[in-house]
Design a binder for this molecule. Sequence first.
Ligand code: DON
Length: 317
Amino acid sequence: MSHQQHDNTWRLLQDHLDEWVNLSKAHTSEGHVASYIPELANASPDILGICIMDSEGNTKVSGDSDFPFTLQSISKVFTLILALMDNGEEIVFSKVGMEPTGDDFNSMLKLELVEPGIPFNPLINAGAIAISSLIKGNTTDEQIDRILHFFQHIADNPSLSINQHVFRSESDTAHRNRSLAYFLKDNGVLDGEVDDVLRVYFSHCSVEVTCTDLARMALVLAHNGVDPIRKRRLIPRRFVQIAKTFMFTCGMYNASGEFAMNVGLPAKSGVSGSILTMVPGQYGIGLVGPALNRKGNSTAGVHLLGILSQEFDWSLF
Ligand code: DON
C-alpha cells in the first residue's frame, strides 16, 4: 500500500469511524449477550468498541474501546500457533483436521459420525481442547504459564492476565465442553487427564484484553509473524499462514462463508463479543460488541466490519 493510500484511509477513519460505530451500534439490539458462561452475562449488550492499528503502532479507536473482555475463542488462534511451534505440523494434524464443520462451535455431532474421531478443525471447541493438550510443559501450571507468556509476547503487553472470575464461571458450568473432552479422551485424541486439559483450555479462554491488545496481536498476523513495531519475527511464517487460513474458513464458525462474502478478511470471533481481524500487510483490528447472533458472533461487530470492508475495498477478492 502506498503512503498516500494509507493517509487517505487514516483521514477517512478520522472523519467517519465514530459515525460508522454509531450506525453499527443500532445492531446490538438484534443480539444477546452470552449467558451459558454466567460471568459473561454481566456485560452490557449495547457496548461496541474498536481499535485499528497501523504498522507503526498508530491507532484509531472509537466507541467503548477501553472495555476489558476475555479472549474466549480468539485465544484458539494463538494456542494453535504455539502448539505448532511446540510440536510441528505432523503431530498437530494427527489430532485435528483442516475442514470447516457447518455445525455450531460446541457441537459434538461429527466426532461420532465421521472416522477418525478427531475434531474437524482446531477452532471449534473440540479442536481447541485437543490443541490445549499439545502445549508443552511439565505440569498443567507450566502449560498455562507458557500460553500466558506467549500471548503477552505477541500483544507486547506483560500485564495481560487470566480473569479468575470468568475462569471459575466457565469451569463450574462447562458440562458440554467436559463431555466433548471425555469423548476426545475415549477416541484417543487427548494425552493428559481431562480435568488438566480443560484447566488449560478455560485458562486461555479467560485471558483479559482490550481492543488495543487485540489489534496489536492482529498486527503481527497481518505481517505474517513479523512484528513491524519491534521489527522482529515472533512466529514462523508458515504457522501464521496456517492460522490465517483457518481464520478465513472457520474463524467465524458456521457463519464463516457469509463473513467471507461480506467482509473478505481472515477473522476470529469469541463469545465475549470480540473479533480479531486484519488487513494483510497493513492493519491489525480488534473490536468488541458483546451482543451475539445465533452463530455466536457480535451482531454490531460483524456489521461494522462490513461497512469498513466496503468503504476501503478490503476484501481479499
Ligand atoms: O468453550 C467455550 O464455549 C468458550 N470458552 C469459548 C467459545 C467461543 O468463544 C465461541 N465463539 N464464538
